[in-house]
Design a protein around this ligand. Structure first.
Ligand code: SAM
Length: 223
């Protein structure tokens, strides 16, 4: 969490980022408060830290990115998750969204496909005393051991709605997933309406994510 006073030289930049999120329509105070607290610069490679609070995705290595702050805020708000809810994140990446969810008092389970990225994310999260449970694996098949979840957030672009993830939601739970081609995806909010694979879909605006690679995602050779 954020340091107080002069020690936190990025505080002003973070406050400006949060103001921009408000201006762009993010209204959930819990999300805004969490993003005002979590030090995004710590999740970013040192040479890029001056851009940490720009509303931009940035490279984190292995051809992957930390999502744009607006995207993180939009997806987190769309989950409608409450304190102590169980949320599964697919695509830990830098660990930033994990920290934002945890700062909201959510119990976070996170899966990252690339072991070296998960190692770096764990180092940062652990140094900040963030509580979460993680593993390196193909997140498109979910995490049965901890299911059902109140919410699932997929932070990579999927060719379709991953069936196992819908199955692992509680009835009434929400899955937030960008679905489309490898170039552009439309954000979809799936609300589970009954046991099994029954759900309703809300369609939101377009985004651009790195591909979700795995059994119910894109094949590895296209990644
Ligand atoms: N939430 C991340 C953050 O806050 O930095 C954003 C991560 S980045 C946009 C998407 C991540 O999804 C990448 O790190 C990528 O390796 C990962 N990914 C892609 N396919 C995956 C899969 N099947 N299971 C788990 N992670 C996957």
């Amino acid at each position: 969490m954020a340091k107080s006073g002069l020690l936190d030289k990025y505080r002003e930049a973070r406050e400006e980022m949060v103001q921009l999120l408000l201006d762009r329509g993010i209204s959930d105070e819990r999300v805004l408060n969490a993003m005002a607290q979590v030090e995004r610069h710590l999740f970013i490679p040192i040479p890029l830290r001056n851009h940490a609070y720009d509303d931009a995705a940035l490279p984190i290595g292995e051809g992957q990115t930390i999502s744009q702050p607006f995207t993180v805020a939009f997806m987190t708000e769309s989950l409608h998750a409450r304190e102590l809810d169980k949320v599964l994140e697919i695509g830990t990446g830098s660990g930033y969204q994990t920290a934002v969810l945890a700062a909201m008092g959510i119990r976070v389970f996170t899966i990252e496909r690339i072991p070296s990225l998960l190692d770096s994310a764990r180092r940062v999260l652990d140094s900040m005393n963030v509580r979460y449970i993680s593993k390196s694996s193909d997140g498109t098949i979910g995490w049965k051991e901890f299911a059902p979840f109140d919410g699932i957030v997929v932070t990579a672009g999927s060719p379709g709605i991953p069936k196992s993830l819908v199955e692992q939601l509680k009835v009434g739970g929400r899955l937030v997933v960008p679905v489309g081609t490898q170039d552009f995806q439309q954000m979809k909010i799936i609300t589970k309406t009954g046991e099994g694979n029954n759900y309703s879909i809300e369609e939101k605006s377009d985004f651009k994510f790195v591909p979700l690679i795995g059994r119910d995602g894109w094949p590895e050779r296209n990644g």
